[in-house]
Design a protein around this ligand. Structure first.
Ligand code: ATP
Length: 359
């Protein structure tokens, strides 16, 4: 079977989508196929255009250029209430003086569904989002933040949309609950089989939940791929640094090989993807940078002084000053290195563990 046959067909397609506000380009020439039933997350720093893109997908804004199609039909100008989609906001937008049941049943009431059917469906949805049955009559303002999140999800599902959009729904929630809700959202995606499009500035959140991730920078979609692709083969330096803390060494091509620009020495690395690139960045994740024992060697060795060490829970991170640069090394707890502050150490990384990007 060819890849094209295996891939689910796109439900939403964006071709050359652009949004300008006066002279300012907020979203620039985005081409994207959203596959039926996938969990797609758009990540990017503040101001990169995520919300603007989502607003166009949800029908709250019209693209300045380009086309958005749903099942092949042009929907650029179709208002939100005429689309089979639903948006879950960060602020949730629940009716504060109403009960959990009233909130969830609202979309059904608008459609004229009778009371008994509405309640039965609300209870079913409450089970799906793991809310206890007796919450049906509870005032929504007496629910905790996490419970309100579940009410908002159940209400979104009550619309029975084909596509659910999420605008940073977990950003105001504490870390522990967020971790639980991330997994629940992924389970919910599996149980409902619907298409989820989620935006967040947290790549960590995106990595846990998504089938694919799109990374935005300054209005452009710079890479779309599975979490593994984004982590292992970032398209450029920006994506590699967005994934987490990394060590970056700038190198240039010379007759004798790849010479360090900001950290002298010759580096044994894989050539950059860009043909004929004369400069490149060598990106080494802290977990691939090693503190070398006396008799140990690596494709690339550096010497430095330990400045500090930090506990990251299951791992320990060493901050090592090498020349003018600060390098990070992470080792699993239990494999600590006897190298306290100010110790002279040798660091090493192998060519296969370094990502080489051209820009
Ligand atoms: P955040 O993570 O902070 O929410 P974002 O990636 O969602 O950021 P957007 O809200 O899409 O970014 O904004 C992208 C850019 O477009 C920003 O510079 C913003 O100031 C600008 N922008 C958004 N909406 C408007 C508007 N209605 N008028 C003018 N500029 C706008």
């Amino acid at each position: 079977m060819s890849d094209d046959v295996k891939k689910p067909k796109p439900i939403l397609q964006l071709v050359g989508v652009r949004k300008t506000f006066g002279d300012f380009v907020a979203v620039d020439r985005i081409d994207l196929d959203v596959r039926q039933g996938e969990f797609l997350t758009i990540v990017g720093p503040s101001g990169s255009g995520k919300t603007t893109l989502l607003r166009m997908l949800a029908g709250m804004d019209v693209p300045s250029e380009g086309n958005i199609t749903l099942h092949g039909e042009l929907i650029n100008d179709v208002p939100p209430n005429k689309r089979p989609t639903c948006l879950v906001f960060q602020s949730l937008a629940l009716f504060p003086h109403k009960t959990v049941g009233d909130n969830i049943e609202f979309p059904l009431k608008v459609r004229g569904v009778d009371k008994a059917t509405r309640k039965a469906r609300a209870l079913e949805l409450m089970r799906t989002v793991r809310l206890p049955e007796h919450y049906h009559g509870k005032n929504v303002m007496k629910c905790s933040g996490g419970e309100r999140q579940r009410v908002a999800l159940a209400r979104a599902l009550a619309y029975d949309p084909e596509v659910l959009f999420f605008d940073e729904p977990l950003s105001a929630i504490d870390y522990k609950l967020k971790k639980i809700l991330e997994k629940e959202l992924k389970d919910l995606h599996r149980e409902t089989g619907k298409t989820f499009i989620y935006i967040t500035h947290s790549l960590e959140e995106a990595m846990v939940m998504s089938d694919r991730i799109g990374v935005m920078r300054a209005g452009r979609l710079v890479q779309v791929g599975t979490p593994e692709e984004i982590y292992e083969t970032p398209a450029d330096r920006f994506v590699s640094e967005f994934v987490g803390e990394v060590n970056v060494i700038e190198v240039e091509k010379t007759a004798s090989g790849w010479q360090g620009v900001d950290l002298p020495g010759l580096y044994a690395i894989k050539p950059p993807k860009e043909d004929g690139a004369a400069r490149a960045f060598v990106v080494v994740r802290p977990e691939f940078m090693r503190l070398l024992a006396e008799d140990e060697t690596a494709d690339n060795c550096l010497e430095g002084t330990v400045y500090n060490e930090y506990s990251l829970g299951s791992r320990l991170q060493y901050q090592v000053h090498v020349g003018e640069k600060v390098m990070l090394v992470e080792v699993p707890r239990g494999r600590e290195v006897k190298a306290g502050r100010d110790a002279r150490v040798r660091l090493g990384f192998d060519a296969r563990d370094a990502i080489v990007v051209g820009s």
